[in-house]
Design a binder for this molecule. Structure first.
Ligand code: AMP
Ligand code: ZN
Length: 491
């Protein structure tokens, strides 16, 4: 199998990827907290792991890809205080917390679909694993790393760090952490400021709570990922991913919980972290007001957007940066990506009817091109380098079309299979339906309508869904509902 090197966030080294039990690979990715619409920053991280999943599959691995839905326990405060984000939204909108969860999970799935992201193999939710979370807390307490205080349970970081290293992933030293933490005021339930919650006793106003041996309450945010990764992938598995901002405290706490519950085994062999999407150098985030949603992106309806851009343009724009580097959003970069994508996809479409000749080109040329593609992806999923190589492929195609280079029938098959594999399967780029002369406006609008109809259907709003379909039908446009979502065509 083609060698693959992964930059491991834990060891800070680029390491040759060797799965625990090939051809099987276990991969866990922290999913969204479903209390509001996902923004483009979130999309970047999920795209990073879509590429990892696609490439592992492309190499022939059988990947079990687990991506969770956080639907409880993520609090508004940055420590273990504050309101549950989902509970808060439910209170403000006067809805059941599970209505909020459903609404934003549906939105998340719509977004994943329009960006052509592959579905995970398992998408477990935190609320669906309360029993297992209680069990893991019991295991941690039994091994001496957790303690109960006033109905809540905390993880004792200091006790853990006496037996195992703590802070390896984020490079934090326990003494530095301590000197940067406020001392406890005596009112606090924790024994130590570094400790974090495994279970929180709920107060009377708290909406989402479950019985447990300690109190009616809810699990701490970090616990769900330890529990669900262990349940579906085992005590030690291959790859764990998430955005860079999750390294600390989330992933550091996950490691401590797993080792605290199961003993000394390292839970994850390769930790991978995707870097942030920024706007004018600042992280895109809901709290910054600079995080626009994919709907706004397609319509251009946001102060930061000069106009709308198609989902594939955005996908291509993001893939032009390496996942480990920050990527700054700009209209200029998106407009350049739109042109680049157009050039690439036009060439790909031409592949099937390239003029053939008996002679053909030097037989080593196409394998060399493909080898460069494999090297780029094998070097820590380097999509910008891959795109550079693919543009050499575009040049070659254009030279064949203009007659400067000749290609034989077997060579054409080799080129077509090779390039389509990287463009369509690995990078997940699709030919978009577009009236390209008008800059993709029609495509963007149609994408929006198809998306709105999908949402109406999800909400069982059949009247709206049918109105959209029938009105478009009268204009000679058919919406087709396929296995992988809806698409459209002109009659
Ligand atoms: P959340 O819904 O906030 O839990 O975030 C879901 C995922 O999106 C996490 O893996 C985050 O690390 C990631 N994320 C959040 N903001 C950004 C950003 N600006 N750029 C890239 N990834 C992000
Ligand atoms: Zn997680």
């Amino acid at each position: 199998m083609q060698p693959l090197y992964i930059q491991n966030s834990l060891t800070r080294k680029k390491e040759r990827f060797t799965p625990l039990s090939p051809p099987y690979v276990g991969m866990y990715v922290c999913g969204p907290t479903v209390y509001s619409n996902v923004h483009l920053g979130n999309v970047r991280t999920f795209l990073t792991f879509d590429i990892v999943y696609r490439y592992l599959t492309f190499l022939g691995y059988q990947v079990r890809y687990v991506r969770n839905i956080t639907d409880v326990g993520h609090l508004t405060g940055d420590s273990d205080d504050g309101e549950d984000k989902i509970g808060k939204k439910a209170r403000l909108e006067n809805l059941e917390p599970m209505e909020i969860v459903q609404k934003y999970t549906n939105d998340f799935h719509d977004v994943m679909r329009i960006f052509n992201m592959k579905s995970p193999s398992i998408e477990p939710s935190a609320t669906g694993h309360i029993v297992e979370q209680i069990q893991m807390i019991q295991d941690i307490i039994e091994r001496g790393y957790g303690y109960e205080s006033n109905g809540s349970v905390y993880f004792s970081v200091r006790k853990f760090s006496e037996d195992f290293p703590y802070g390896e992933l984020s490079g934090r030293r326990i003494d530095d952490l301590l000197s940067n933490t406020r001392s406890l005021d005596g009112q606090n339930e924790k024994n130590d400021p570094l400790d974090f919650a495994l279970w929180k006793k709920a107060d009377a106003s708290h909406l989402m709570k479950w019985p447990s041996p300690w109190s009616e309450g809810f699990p701490g945010w970090h616990l769900e990922c330890s529990v669900m990764s262990t349940k579906y992938l085992g005590k030690t598995f291959d790859i764990h991913g998430g955005g860079m901002d999750l390294k600390f405290p989330h992933h550091e706490c996950e490691i401590a919980q797993n080792i605290g519950a199961h003993g000394g085994e390292r839970p994850v062999n390769y930790w991978m972290h995707g870097n942030m999407l920024t706007v004018n150098g600042r992280k895109m985030a809901k709290s910054e007001g600079n995080g626009f949603t994919p709907d706004e992106l397609v319509t251009g309806n946001h102060p930061l957007l000069e106009r709308g851009y198609s989902p594939m343009t955005v996908r291509f724009f993001m893939l032009q940066g390496h996942y480990a580097s920050t990527l700054d959003f700009s209209n200029e970069a998106l407009q350049a990506a739109e042109k680049g994508l157009e050039r690439l996809m036009t060439a790909i479409v031409k592949l099937s009817d390239l003029p053939l000749s008996v002679e053909g080109m030097d037989d080593t040329q196409i394998p060399k091109l493909m080898e460069r593609c494999a090297q780029a992806m094998g070097d820590d999923f380097n999509t910008p380098i891959l795109i550079g190589v693919l543009f050499d492929g575009v040049k070659l195609i254009n030279n064949i079309v203009s007659g400067k280079v000749t290609i034989s029938a077997p060579q054409r098959q080799q080129l077509q299979e090779g390039l389509e594999g990287y463009v369509l399967d690995v990078l997940g780029l699709e030919v978009e339906n577009k009236a390209s002369q008008n800059g993709g406006d029609e495509d963007a609008l149609m994408g929006l309508l198809v998306d709105l109809r999908g949402k109406a259907k999800d909400n069982k709003d059949w009247a709206t869904a049918d109105t959209i379909r029938d009105t478009l039908g009268a204009l000679g446009i058919t919406i087709m509902d396929g296995k992988d979502g809806s698409s459209w065509k002109k009659d």
